[in-house]
Design a protein around this ligand. Sequence first.
Ligand code: FES
Ligand SMILES: [Fe+2]
Length: 428
Amino acid sequence: MLNQQDNDLLTRVENQAPLGQLMRRYWMPACMSEELPQPDGDPIKVRVLGENLVAFRATDGSVGVMDELCPHRRASLLYGRNEEGGLRCLYHGWKMDVEGNVVDTPAEVRREGAPCKKIRHKAYPVRESHGFVWIYMGEEATMPEFEPPAFANGTNPIISIAKINLPCNWAQIVEGGIDSAHASLLHSSEIRPTGNTARAGLAETHTLTRPSVDKAPRLHVHRTEYGMRYVALRTPITNPETDEYARIATFIAPCTVLSPPNGTYSTIQFIVPRDDESTSFYFVGWTDDQTEGTGVTQEVWRQRMGAVVGVDLDDDHWPLRTPANRFKQDRAAMKQGSFTGVRGIANQDSMMWVTMGPISDRSKERLGTSDAAVAQFRRVMVEAVKAFSRGEPPIGTTQPRLPHRRIRSFEGVIKKETDWRELGILPE
Ligand code: FES
Ligand SMILES: [Fe+2]
């Protein structure tokens, strides 16, 4: 439960909201690299932290992400010409390079050889890495080095990204990502118990397996300098006296969730607020080093998640399942054994997140024991926002700190005496 004031601190990013200001101190995904497949290709519209932006890949392959509206008289650059190292507005031909420099103003009278107007269009620093276009939306003076994110830093990684834009606030999605209890219910048709941990044929069967039938996990939460981790302990099917089945999820502020891996690949989520009431949700299946039988292809991953453009999503990655069509829920399938009547893990999650409303009213909830991690996430972020507003450094940026590339989630059967907090942290 959160009072209205703290709920606003946790959820709102637009205008001068303190959370939005905090999030501007980190590199954030703006879009997938594959959305800008070729130099001088189609520009795309992206929205991050309440700002409408246009992203384009210039002639040399570099990417620009800038204010959607032209610096001259504010026509949309989305319809502009992407040519010869910049994006040219159709209205009077002003042209901006990837850094936002105005490099041509053909309708302006000026002396031969004189520079164009000394106007810098608002453009954000960009890095491309791990299948994403990352931007830094803070002041240049506070810009940190881009650091490798907490996934796929091996020599031969496979990275498969499902992107879904959702009409609800970011915090609802993070809370889904760190909520272990729901998986044994909401996803029970996809995630089945099994007596052993072998997961042969996983990619074909479309079913995830677990060595436990325990639906009431015991949660232990551990606060860290970068956010929080928690373990969900379930009684395993075999050796229940000495062993525990542990699933560790991790939240790295401000918007990364590492959920537990399965036998053949790991997952990570980036939950990027478009604005107060909508979010770009990136769900990534990945493996560090491709070896026989590991990893998941882009195609299989998107099918499994129910995130295929043209089937599950429109061209701009918005779900075709909406409240207006009751999320295309198949009640007949429910009678025949489907728990939800909805295909695809991400479709099931988004049905829950979206139906909570654009911004869930957390003052009306009744939290239970299974919500310990959700409650801790809120505490971490509300306190981080308050601390930042007092002038303290952004959460997770003070030394000593664990580089994100060393942080992993974990899944497995462990001995009861194991210190779970050390599991999944990679050595130096
Ligand atoms: S409005 Fe873009 S060049 Fe005039
Ligand atoms: Fe889920």
